[in-house]
Write a protein that binds this ligand. Sequence first.
Ligand SMILES: [Cu+2]
Length: 296
Amino acid sequence: MRTIKYLAILLLITFISCSSEPPSNVVDVTAKDYYFYVHDSIPSGWTTFHFKNEGHATHFFFLTLLPDSIPFERYHKEVLPPFVTAMDSLEAGESKANAGALLGRLLPKWYASAKVMGGSGLTAPGNSSQTTIKLVPGTYSMECYVKTEDGKFHSELGMIRPITVTNQVSKMQEPNNADVELTLSNQGIESNGNPSSGKNKIAVHFKEQPKFGLGYDIHLVRLNDDADMDKIISWMDWMNVGGLRTPAPAEFLGGTQEMPEGYTSYFTVNLEPGNYAWISETGANNGMIKKFSIKE
Ligand SMILES: [Cu+2]
């Protein structure tokens, strides 16, 4: 009798400790044309996102932390239309400076307090990528603004959704022992360590960000023999009419979206022999590119 009682107590303790255990914080995100499949609610702390592109277009996701007082519906209603209007004006022949000024006038004032907190880099159809970032609790918008063949943002077609990061903190630790450290600043991309054939763990340090507009991020692009660098650079800028428009001019293998100054994000890539480049959306036309090769 005593043994049964002892076992019952042991089972109860096991059950309680299991149910209060923080989840591992590996989050699957599947992109299709044009939707994200992901849990509505995830824990906070260090989180690894496994991003799988099952669509026909190149996609990414980035996470914007909304100000406390702004629900997702309001973000969606007040932020997306100004970008569409600015893009329409660029397509109508307006200069980038004027379209940028128009965007500034149309965006709500509170938008300045929204923070982009990372996400997965550009990922070609059929590819997977992953990124590890530290999340604070709050409401985030997950979105992709790559464009269709006719220039519509994927977010306009459904690739924008809320995701709640809860107060429950994961047990995941910050990754360590990166093979390559990339530091982003107004000086460009500083790289320490050499990527090698196989699996590479990359740490990206956001040392400095531009005062206005999009921040520096990192995307990994494979440069085949026919790669046209000028075309790739021009494609990285969403304000170019042909920028970010499907199809992508090269194969993208993931990376990390921008984060505020002082943050670090991590991602893992599997490299075969060939030629590659780290490239940032912002600053690509200003030298924010670093080419490298993986030997046989
Ligand atoms: Cu997309």
